[in-house]
Each structure stands twice: as C-alpha cells, then as structure tokens.
Design a protein around this ligand. Sequence first.
Ligand SMILES: NC(=O)c1ccc[n+]([C@@H]2O[C@H](COP(=O)([O-])OP(=O)(O)OC[C@H]3O[C@@H](n4cnc5c(N)ncnc54)[C@H](O)[C@@H]3O)[C@@H](O)[C@H]2O)c1
Length: 340
Amino acid sequence: MIKMAIVGAGLWANEHARIFSEMQEAECVAICDVNKERADEFAAKNHIPQVYYDHKEMLAKSGCDAVSIVTPDFLHTQIAVDAANAGKHMLIEKPLATTKEDVFTILEAAGKNRVRIMVDMHNRFSPPFNNAKYIVAGGKFGKPVNAYFRLNDVRSVATNMLSWASKSSILWFLGSHCLDTLSWILNSRVKEVYALSSRGVLDAAGVDAVDVYLSSLVFENGVIAQMENGWITPNGNPCVNDIKFTCVCERGKIDIDASNNNLLKVTSDERMDTGDCIVSNQIFGYHKGFAYESIRSFIQKLESGEEFFVSLEDSANVCLALLDIMESAKTGKVITCEHV
Ligand SMILES: NC(=O)c1ccc[n+]([C@@H]2O[C@H](COP(=O)([O-])OP(=O)(O)OC[C@H]3O[C@@H](n4cnc5c(N)ncnc54)[C@H](O)[C@@H]3O)[C@@H](O)[C@H]2O)c1
C-alpha cells in the first residue's frame, strides 16, 4: 500500500485524490495547501485524515511514502527538493519546472536522495496517441518524416480558470504535453527550434501572457515538426481543447482529432459541447480516462518497482526545449537545444 500525500488542494489535485481513493494499492493520508480554507475543504470532501498548511511539516509528520505535487507550474521546485531530501518519491504535475536552474536542481536532489519521480505527461496514455506511438514504432509505414501538433486551449482557461496564468504560459501549460508526445512518438530529442509568438488578446484581458506560439522543430533523427500552442481559442469552441495531430511517414500517415471528435455531443440553446469523453469521466461511478490512467500507472509502477512510462530525463528535456522555444520567439534566432 502506497501512502500518498498531496501538495496543492486546487483544481487538478481532485483528480489525484479521486484515483488514490479508488485504488487498492494506494491511500491518500494527507493534503497540504498554503490556503487553509482550501486545504480543510479538500480534506473534508475527499475524506483525507491529515491536513497541513506547510509542506515541510507534512513531509516530516504525515508518514507518506510519496507526494503528488499539484501546485502552480512555477511552484514545483522547492517542494520537490524538500520531498527528495525527506526521501519521498514524487508524481509531479507537468511541467517539471519552468527554469533551467530549477530543472537541474530537481534532478540533482532526486539523484542524491535516490527517489523516483514521474511527471504527469498523461497524453502518452491517450488512446489515439498511444496507438500512434506503436504504429510508428512498428515501422509498417517506414520512418516518420514530418509531424504537426496543434494543442490549444479556450481563452477562459487563461482568463478565468488559472489565477496564475500570467506567471505561466500556454507553452508550459499545454506545450509541455505537445512536445513530450511528439518526442515520444518520433522517438527522438529536439535538436533545433525556431519559433514565432504573438500577444495582445490576453494582455487586453488583463493576463500578462503570450497568445500563441508557432514553433518549428528539427529532431535529432531528422524529422521536422510544427507545434501550435495558443491560449485564445474562442470560448464557444465545443471542447476546452483544440487538438489536431498528423504524422507523415515514408509510406503512410496518421491523423488524430482528439477534440471535437463528436463521440458525444451535448447541445443547449447556447452552445454545443463535445465533452472530453476520453480524458476524464465516470463509468458507473468509477473514474476512467487517460488523465486518470497516468496517475494510476504512477502508483502501479512505484509499487512494482518497474520503470515509469515517462522518464524524468524526458520530462526535463521537454522543459529545456520549451525554454529554447521561448528564447527563439524572443530573439528571432534558431536555437540549438541542450539536453540533460
Ligand atoms: N495533467 C494535466 O493535464 C493538468 C491539468 C490541469 C492542471 N495541471 C497542472 O497541475 C498544477 C496545478 O494546477 P491547478 O489548476 O490545480 O492549480 P490551482 O491554482 O487550482 O491549485 C494550486 C494550489 O496550490 C496551492 N499552493 C501554491 N503554493 C503552495 C505551497 N507552497 N504549498 C502548498 N500549496 C500551495 C495553491 O494555494 C492552490 O490551492 C499545475 O502545474 C498545472 O499545470 C495539469
């Protein structure tokens, strides 16, 4: 039985708590949030016995084996370092960290303390993307040549949902999934990036963030790819995400429309909603969907001692390449990527 503790009692932490409560191999023993009211409410709603308002106290007293870090994108590092020093394994929400220094600080702490870390890159668990990975790897269509990945959010995610959007970016929030999935399916690291960005729409709405990044990528194995990550898709879009993927191989191609896929349409007088059937939903009260599969997999692999489906090095390299994309968009230069 893995005793889990969660740091950050916000929106996404609910998904972690739900899965731990359903799994026989896990139990959530503690929740911690600097916001006392939120922590107390979360504990009551999810029947979590211990509540803390300081993660160091939680690490020292809760008796947890591992920690879910579900704080805002730029606030993972100190908690991760303290958890590593306390000998706790970790499931860290994406992105691992948002500066180069933070990425290396976490890697060093994990290595020094021999703790295991998985970053929640759940798109690898999405049925169409997981299929794409193994179709490409099977080689039936020859080598991949070029790829395209659009992963956008509706504007309200930046303007209403995330109170900390100005301190993050669409690249951290969704580009991390995008780049991780591309590198995984193409089975290669990014060698060079060139990117453009545009801003103005979110600025006008009071959010200090780039509207959209368009990134051209060259992978070490020669594949070329384009990535589109925008935070200004109109709120009337029938799905919160706009996801399109194409991978062209020597003798075939794969296309994915993971949003607006018309699996389920719910229409009111105001709008049609195509939902997110494959991401997270309930079947007879049990939580199903790829967002839950990655959390479940963390527990299973921690217990079995097998490798996680997402390596820490891959997640670190995603962060470094995203920083290079931001640098390219700022300077107009092609950037050669470094890796861990
Ligand atoms: N896997 C996914 O697709 C997915 C989806 C949504 C969010 N996320 C990620 O999850 C993370 C959290 O996002 P969210 O939407 O739940 O944010 P949120 O703002 O709803 O919640 C974050 C919580 O962390 C708390 N917090 C901040 N600093 C803290 C600290 N030092 N100690 C304890 N608590 C602290 C805040 O008070 C807040 O309650 C982000 O990294 C985000 O990118 C991942």
